[in-house]
Design a protein around this ligand. Sequence first.
Ligand code: S3P
Length: 176
Amino acid sequence: MKIILIGYMGSGKSSIGKILSEKLNYKVIDLDDFIEDKEKMTVSEIFKTKGELYFRKKETVYVKELLELEGDFILSLGGGTPCYGTNMDIILEAKEAKSVYLKASLPKLSKKLFKKKAKRPLIAHISSEAQMMEFIGKHLFERSQFYSKAEFVVSTDDKTKKEVADAVLECMATLI
Ligand code: S3P
């Protein structure tokens, strides 16, 4: 079984992926880390030197490559991965894979991302919390049509990370 974690930046994909990997004894792969390893550059450097379009092309190549791997693992995607090209269809059609949308509210995301914007090239330039809220609000509106195609949705507001991981496991348990 492959568990594919999707959701906006700051929704906890990477940290929930790590918790699930410990609980299930599955390997966890973080797509951004994988891209950085392959390209030998950080995501910010890729955006800066090669542009977003290059990043999106590589993101599609690598997500396909990873979804073709055999065996059990957890895959934490980037916030934009499901929203470009046919990536979301590829995710939904992947063999032995289930996708989970980690859904966080706009106020929670804005608050968290304003503090953690530096490594995220799409929002690093935003200089106030109000602007962050406006940017994310529009972005989430565009992106939620892709996120909501996921097979499961787990709301993360008012849950600890452990509770979110448990909720993901409960979704998987419905498949048995
Ligand atoms: C992006 C999200 C980032 C990273 C890149 C673009 C996006 O990943 O892939 O900066 O378009 O939302 P995280 O969701 O892990 O921050």
